[in-house]
Design a protein around this ligand. Structure first.
Ligand code: FAD
Length: 341
């Protein structure tokens, strides 16, 4: 019997745990036990405040080909949920989006445009409409359809799926990873502790990317618009509220709502949709994205135990979680078959 611990109950921990458990569910000859150990659970993880829009963002120097593969896997997973009866429960919505770029700073790129549905460049006329009254002009724009999977709904859905397959959940903070590996009964440990890895592993390549958003009640907005320039705003509808964003402040660990940021968020979003002036603000929220020089997904041996790292997903943890979980499972299977890690 393999005894596997997954540290962290954010989108990456839960996706990795399910992927492993569901893979072995049909192999009664290879019994396994998967336990999620985490200090916090939904609705208190980083993803819970996010809109969960599909889209690679803020990933440091992570290889584009890997991001493509991981994000495509998540898009396919969301498509399966969308086509099943689970979409409502899992909070998966199909959403028209426009991403706008300025020539000076395009921090995202569109290498993923064949993954989403119906991507087309905006025409000059369409761009001119977005540019009206702006001093810094948009030079290109992409219109497409993709998914949101708001983690405040996706995570409870995935946790239920995990429990249904026999997964175990323990609330626990790991303060000394080495001692935990040495003393616990687990033979495989999957580290999905997000920004927690900064202290857990003394990983100085990890840093917070602070994000502040406002949630408003505006159930008359049915499409997303995102300004990709460095200090750009975004408007992303979820099922019960609309997310107005947002900031990305590197190495800023302040989890308090900042009024100056709020003014920039609300003011900038109103320039896109003036009607937002008359909406009710439900709440403001700050989250610390697990930034890293590049996402870490690799394994190391610790004596007879296997430690798999899956953290540093920056601004795309939701977008990448299912694809990264594919790789966690592949690493585990390779290790079990005695392959070199
Ligand atoms: C404002 C904002 C908007 C965003 N919008 C999007 C979006 O639209 N689309 C998208 O794809 N991404 C978005 N993101 C990014 C996304 O939210 C993160 O990348 C993602 O949530 C990271 O997930 P994770 O599971 O790796 O880490 P986390 O969600 O941070 O989970 C880490 C888990 O580990 C646990 N943990 C940590 N340390 C320990 C320890 N020592 N012992 C035990 N447990 C521990 C924590 O309790 C937690 O359960 C956004 C982020 C922010 C802040």
């Amino acid at each position: 019997m393999s005894n596997i611990a997954v540290i962290g109950a954010g989108v990456n921990g839960v996706a990795s745990a399910i992927k492993i458990l569901e893979h072995f569910a049909n192999e009664p000859k290879k019994p396994i036990r998967v336990t999620i150990l985490s200090e916090d659970f939904t609705p208190n993880t980083t993803g819970d405040g996010s809109a969960g829009l599909w889209g690679p963002y803020l990933l440091g120097g992570t290889s584009q080909s890997k991001v493509y593969k991981w994000s495509k896997s998540m898009h396919q997973f969301l498509e399966q949920i969308w086509l099943s009866g689970d979409a409502g429960e899992a909070g998966v919505c199909l959403l028209p989006c426009v991403r706008l770029s300025t020539s000076t700073v395009d921090i995202v790129g569109d290498f993923w445009r064949d993954i989403v549905y119906g991507a087309v460049d905006l025409t000059e006329k369409q761009l001119a409409e977005y540019n009206e009254g702006r001093t810094v002009k948009f030079t290109s724009g992409l219109s497409f359809v993709t998914y949101t999977s708001e983690p405040v709904k996706l995570l409870p859905y995935l946790m239920k799926r995990f429990a249904r397959s026999g997964g175990v959940v323990v609330r626990k903070r790991i303060s000394d990873l080495e001692a935990f590996i040495a003393d616990s009964q687990y033979d495989v440990i999957v580290n999905c502790s997000g920004l927690g890895s900064r202290t857990l592993l003394n990983d100085d390549q990890m840093y917070a990317v602070r994000g502040q958003v406002s949630r408003v009640k505006a159930n008359w907005i049915f499409s997303a618009v995102l300004d990709e320039s460095d200090d750009g705003n975004y408007i992303i509808p979820n099922t019960e509220s609309v997310v107005l964003g947002g900031t990305h402040q590197e190495r800023d660990y302040n989890t308090e709502v900042c009024q100056k940021d709020k003014q920039l968020i609300v003011g900038g979003c109103r320039r896109f949709v003036p009607g937002l002036e008359h909406t009710e603000c439900l709440f403001d929220w700050v989250g610390l994205r697990p930034g890293r020089t590049q996402l870490r997904l690799e394994a190391e041996r610790r004596g007879r135990k296997l430690l798999i790292h899956n953290y540093g997903h920056g601004g795309s943890g939701v977008t990448l979680c299912w694809g990264c979980a594919d790789d966690v499972l592949d690493i585990l299977l390779a290790a079990k078959n005695g392959s070199k890690l």
